[in-house]
Design a protein around this ligand. Sequence first.
Ligand code: NAD
Length: 343
Amino acid sequence: MRPSATLLSQLSRTARPNTTAFIGLGRMGYEMANNLFSKTLVNSNGSASFVVCDAREESAHAFARSLVDQFPGTQVKVVTTPAEAILASSTVVTMLPSSPHVRQVYSQDGGIIPALNTLSPDEVKSTVCIDSTTLAVDVARQTASEVIGLGATMVDAPVSGGVPGAKAGTLSFMVGGTEDAFKRVLPILESMGKRIFHCGPSGAGLGAKICNNMVLGVHQVVVGEAMLLGQKLGLDPAVLAGVINVSTGACWASSVNNPIPGALPDKEPPCTRDYEGGFATALMLKDMGLATAAGESVGAPLPMGKAAEQIYGKMVEEDAELARKDFSSVYRYLEEVSEGKRE
Ligand code: NAD
């Protein structure tokens, strides 16, 4: 006899305390979920089960197949809505593009918050939501207050470290939430990252992430400007980078992500692969926009942030290829302006 739908749902609710869900298996989420699930399996002696969900169902199926190939016998369920994911799991990690997707996954029909409303008070209390998306601080705070208002735990926990850090399990997490919430999520985040910072209350993790990325975005533009100026003054890029990187202009944009091939002889930044495989200009533009919008909402003047945002905006608007490439390709954009190929 086939089990009824109600019986199936009761069975999955029994396993809920030992089940973890991951929603958003894109470039970052796929690698993070792989680390989280592998380490959870080892720590639980194989008794844990997993749920995955992505708007592109094929991504979730591909992930589930890969986990079962690595760990035969593992329970991985693919679901089509965030509601199904939270009904089956007491822990959920979300890694989505930005604010509208987070609102959709948490608040709309078929989302996490309406589903939490159907659980028992004990089930809600045992629920932990970790959102690692980079999104607007006010949207994150609103979403967390709705989840927390029902009795569950939620933190914002955006990351830095990119896809290589996600794959290696060495991400930095910037966490916003209460002290208790931080203690609850710490072991979960440690399975995906190396440096876990408690930045303050809800929204503080995102605040830290957005400020850091604004610094990075401005640095990458000015390093592009300086490297171009140096070349035009007749300097060898490796000599110039060598000077900057041990002097007061030293920064990650110059010493790790330098935009001129050969400027860092012992490193292989994205420029050595025609700016492929790094952090997309379009994503940097999104983060600069989050910073300037936050600046406006609290009255913080950001003249450099706004100027850099404008340059990334032009790159994305004028050139779909540069939009997709690593944001250090701002150097190429400036070079083309200097050659009269762009305004
Ligand atoms: P991505 O676009 O590759 O992945 C996002 C995933 O979310 C996709 O698989 C998409 O199908 C899924 N998704 C979208 N809407 C959904 C919905 N309603 N329900 C379920 N799934 C949905 O993006 P990414 O590069 O993995 O980045 C994710 C987040 O991490 C972004 O906020 C980004 O700014 C941040 N981030 C990215 C990097 C990086 O190097 N890529 C580095 C640090 C932080």
